[in-house]
Design a protein around this ligand. Structure first.
Ligand code: FAD
Length: 450
């Protein structure tokens, strides 16, 4: 075990921690980054499965994610758009499959009108409440005390409209059942993406990817920090702190610093022991931020066969096993890759099956959208961040009912010399890589000012 000293020690080499380190180092501070895993990037992870490159975690960038786009450009990396020529597929609750074009699902006109009304209402609320301090809104407590599921049904009596709108935030973003998080939490998600309209627009929200994969952004940040700054395989176990100093014990090194940035998702704050223990407010509030659960399905075929059928590969079905599917073919590849998502209790059901039954159920769900050729992928893989000790779920954490307005106001407050930073507590870009970059930079700026 060795000892190191620096100005700021950063716990976690995901995009938040690395962007904080980059900003601090550029301002002349000496930093050490301690990472539990044997790699950097956290929830961004590019891997090869049976020779096929997959992005197992975060990958897409939308046009409003300007902090990430600027960083990608600064690094000289290229991006490429998602393939989206052709029609989409919608599967109704009764199993009817409809091929459609345009932004609105092919449902009854009255349901379309109700969906549009809900979108407009959510847009207004997102614009009024914003992503920075949603707890300050005059209706915050009220909106935080009702589940998004029940709030939608208070606004609208068309069940299908509620289910379709609910899907975009519940299965699609927070990856928890809509009964378990509040309307305020849903509005924060929409506000952080600019509007609810942006969230339901797959052309916007799933716009581009980084050539070579999103993890390469973190890898580049780590390389730029220089030799010896990032210490892998170094889970932090204990932080000893006073008003103006920390001593951080990891498995490989003890680091002495003036301040620390805890750049891990909030569900993992309690994995670290604090001496003395954290104040009451943090001890309580950290118990109310929990990870969602989603399986990211990767399936590769000799060609992107759906394109020959005039389909872009996009499919939606709020009550299907795979709620969303997209063409996820990598830049420059001839083989075609689909990505699908299985959220919350559906994910539980899948992990309860044996491997063969699970794969069969999932490829059948893909085939519902895109036809029988989807039954026989040449490579098939499921991202399983729920099984990763240093994440424990996907995509990110959110508060349980009532938690956002009660504890949101303290989530970004430092405790003594310890600051918290992760995409889970970012405002713009909340739960996304862009939010991670922003909060890393902002937290570094706060330390530089103090
Ligand atoms: C399946 C999936 C798909 C996603 N899709 C997208 C997408 O398309 N677009 C998008 O923008 N975002 C997406 N995201 C979200 C995005 O990946 C995250 O928002 C982002 O990675 C968060 O960055 P972070 O640095 O805050 O946290 P993380 O990436 O989680 O990094 C935290 C780091 O801290 C480390 N750590 C934890 N505990 C300790 C400890 N005690 N000691 C030392 N190190 C520790 C972890 O190992 C990890 O490396 C997705 C996420 C998942 C899981």
């Amino acid at each position: 075990m060795s000892d190191r000293s620096c100005d700021v020690v950063i716990i976690g080499a995901g995009p938040s921690g690395l962007s904080a380190a980059r900003t601090l180092q550029a301002a002349g501070k000496e930093v050490v980054v301690l990472e539990a895993r044997d790699r950097v990037g956290g929830r961004t992870w590019t891997n090869h499965i049976d020779g096929q490159m997959y992005e197992l975690g975060g990958q897409w960038i939308s046009p409003d994610q300007t902090a990430l786009l600027a960083l990608v450009e600064e690094m000289g990396k290229e991006t490429y758009p998602r393939y989206r020529e052709g029609d989409s597929v919608y599967i109704a609750p009764d199993g009817t499959r409809t091929v459609y074009s345009g932004d609105m699902f092919p449902v009854a006109e009255s349901t379309q009108a109700e969906m549009q009304r809900l979108i407009d209402t959510l847009d207004e609320l997102a614009a009024r409440i914003g992503p920075v301090a949603p707890w300050d809104d005059s209706e915050a407590a009220e909106l935080d005390s009702i589940s998004f599921h029940h709030w939608l049904r208070e606004q609208c009596h068309d069940e299908l409209a509620c289910a379709n709108i609910g899907m975009f935030i519940a299965g699609g973003m927070l990856t928890k059942p809509a009964t378990t998080f509040s309307a305020l939490q849903a509005i924060l998600m929409a506000a952080s993406a600019g509007s609810f309209t942006n969230l339901v627009d797959d052309h916007f929200i799933l716009d581009r990817r980084v050539v070579g994969g999103m993890q390469s952004v973190s890898e580049q940040m780590a390389a730029d920090l220089g030799e010896g700054v990032v210490r892998l395989d170094s889970p932090v176990r204990t932080i000893h702190w006073t008003d103006d100093a920390v001593v951080v014990d990891s498995d490989t090194v003890t680091v002495h610093a003036s301040s620390a940035i805890i750049a891990v998702p909030p569900n993992l704050y309690s994995r670290i022991s604090y001496v003395p223990h954290l104040p009451r407010l943090q001890q309580i509030s950290h118990q109310h931020q929990s990870m969602g659960l989603v399986i990211k399905v990767h399936a590769t075929y000799p060609t992107p066969f759906w394109r020959e059928d005039g389909l872009c590969g996009t499919g939606f079905g709020a009550d299907r096993l795979v709620q969303e599917v997209y063409d996820n073919t990598n830049h420059g590849e001839e083989q075609g890759t689909l990505v699908g998502f299985i959220s919350d209790i559906r994910a539980d059901e899948m992990w309860a099956l044996d491997e063969d039954a699970r794969k069969q159920a999932i490829v059948e769900a893909l085939a519902e959208f895109l036809g029988p050729k989807a039954l026989e992928p040449t490579v098939f893989y499921l991202s399983d961040f729920g099984d990763e000790e240093w994440t424990r779920g996907a995509y990110a954490t959110s508060y349980d009912l009532g938690g956002l307005h009660r504890w949101g106001p303290v989530q970004n407050e430092p405790v003594g010399p310890m600051h918290f930073a992760s995409s889970d507590i970012a405002a713009h870009g909340y739960q996304h890589v862009d939010g991670a970059i922003r909060i890393g930079q902002d937290t570094a700026a706060k330390i530089l000012k103090s």
